[in-house]
Design a protein around this ligand. Sequence first.
Ligand code: PEP
Length: 218
Amino acid sequence: MKKLFIIANWKSNKKELEVKEWIDKFKNYDLRFKNKEIIICPSFIHLPLLKSYILDHESIRLGAQDISKFDEGAYTGEVNGKQIREFAEYVIIGHSERRQNFSENEEVVNQKIKQAIKFGLKPILCVQDQNFKIQEKVEIIAYEPVFAIGTNNPDTPENADLVSTKIKENNLSNYIIYGGSVNSKNVNQFTQKPNIDGVLVGNASLDPLEFFEIIKNA
Ligand code: PEP
């Protein structure tokens, strides 16, 4: 049985009370899946709360949604790798929403990957196709075509597998996952493909039952 990563990207959603409500529901579900690693990526401010919850759960890990390209110091508003490492193991880098809204280019993405690695964080690098250049080996690469993000219009599992295969051929990363309008009904069409090692889930991860169904059906 291959290892699968099921990653929740909550983006800029949820107040503290809503995070507590999500946890209260999610903790009732049986998460003993031997081959599935669940990674929850909330806003920075909710990492401590989620950390106290996941202590009881072997199969759940935490991730940040971004990282400063700088070390600690005079960078107002930034959260650096050293700070993130206290709470999380993973970090999403290069999400298309950051590339579009915050002008992140390849250079910035590469700087962030370097910072993550420097502080022992595992990058989840988001790419839109197979044509990208990175200087380091990253833990997970997420193929996320922009047309599929938040649109209910996923890529076809066949094409997602084809792109994942090309990415695997050209990179040292062990795991390639798919992201873009994944839900509990379509998830296994992606995860059953030979070169797709999991999914990155945005909207559908905001609801604890739907996210659990995604994990179960993957
Ligand atoms: C994402 O933002 O990484 C994503 C995959 O979003 P959604 O699942 O909502 O398409």
